[in-house]
Design a protein around this ligand. Structure first.
Ligand code: PRT
Ligand code: ZN
Length: 283
């Protein structure tokens, strides 16, 4: 059986979450900071640790079969790869930002202005779509200081908390793209059964992360009202208790509307609500 290769970031913002995800998929490997390649002992897979900028091309060229990288890097390198799975971490947006005390009000005010960025390809396409002609200044880092130094009128950079913009006297002005880490594959790999197995494992981990396991007690008189609020994977499990008028209900609740759902359950008569994390959900 051919051993697959997956490229992940060696160090940086995506490294820890990428390693954690693969480990949660049950893959055993060493995460040596010094090594470039690490074999997985219980799956025909090798992990390549690379700079994130190199990952899309390695995958496109088939040097790695799979990769985990930010969508922003994929779009900027304009590679031909398949998007296999969004991974829900490394979320950020690429934004145009302008100095706080600035007369730029509308996108058209960017005509003729200089915008500094490390994402000239994505920014160029965005401005073209908007019919704006700016002077794109490609720089390799510390984009946020360039207006203060008089090198540009605006910047286009990744933003997550917005703290970097704020501390450099800049404000977000326009959204260019939103991004998160994604699993990509080379064009020929999608149907490979090992890739399918890995995608299923990743999906079961992601599903579990979005969901909580909940056990609660309820008087039989209130059982219908409580179960009406609960989806479960199929439907909630109802278990008898030693106290004949009471039952325990076991179910799963989506993380996103968790607190709303819990307060509705309490109002409907649920008591002793116990909430637990879930490791995996296999459908
Ligand atoms: O060494 P290597 O080349 O592998 O890494 P790198 O230094 O190029 O990338 P790295 O580790 O900084 O980021 C990897 C990926 O994380 C990016 O390609 C994005 O997909 C994602 N990501 C998520 C971010 C951010 N959030 C982010 N906030 N990448 C960079 N930033 C930077 C941004 O450029 C700016 O300088 O953080 C600053 C803004 O952050 P806030 O929180 O102040 O808004
Ligand atoms: Zn990089």
């Amino acid at each position: 059986m051919k051993t697959l290769k997956i490229a992940i970031q060696k160090s940086g913002r995506l490294n820890e979450k990428s390693v954690e995800l693969l480990k949660n998929c049950g893959l055993n490997f060493e995460n040596y900071k010094s090594s470039l390649i690490s074999p997985v002992s219980n799956f025909p897979l090798e992990i390549l640790f690379l700079r994130d900028d190199d990952i899309p091309e390695y995958v496109q060229d088939g040097i790695a079969d799979l990769g985990i990288v930010g969508e922003n890097v994929i779009q900027e390198t304009e590679v031909e790869v398949s998007y296999l799975q969004r991974l829900g971490f490394g979320k950020c947006s690429l934004k145009i930002a302008v100095p706080n005390n600035n007369d730029i009000q509308n996108l058209s005010d960017l005509n003729g202005k200089a915008i500094a960025t490390t994402y000239p390809v994505i920014l160029g396409k965005f401005l073209q779509q908007q019919g704006i002609q700016s002077d794109i200044r490609t720089i390799s880092g510390s984009v946020e200081i360039s207006p203060g130094l008089g090198l540009s009128d605006a910047i286009c950079d990744l933003v997550s908390t917005g703290g970097t913009l704020k501390s450099n006297g800049l404000k977000p002005f326009a959204d260019v793209m939103s991004s998160e880490a994604v699993l990509i594959g080379c064009k020929t790999i999608e149907d490979n059964h090992l890739v399918q197995e890995l995608i299923q494992r990743i999906q079961s981990v992601l599903r579990a992360k979005e969901t909580k396991y909940v056990v609660l007690n309820v008087h039989r008189d209130n059982l219908d009202a409580v179960t009406a609020l609960l989806p479960g994977v199929k439907s909630p499990s109802v278990v008898s208790l030693a106290e004949p008028d009471w039952v325990a209900v076991h179910t799963v609740i989506p993380e996103r509307d968790f607190w709303d759902r819990i307060s509705q359950l309490k109002q409907a008569g649920a008591q002793g609500i116990v909430v637990m994390p879930i490791e995996k959900i296999i459908l």
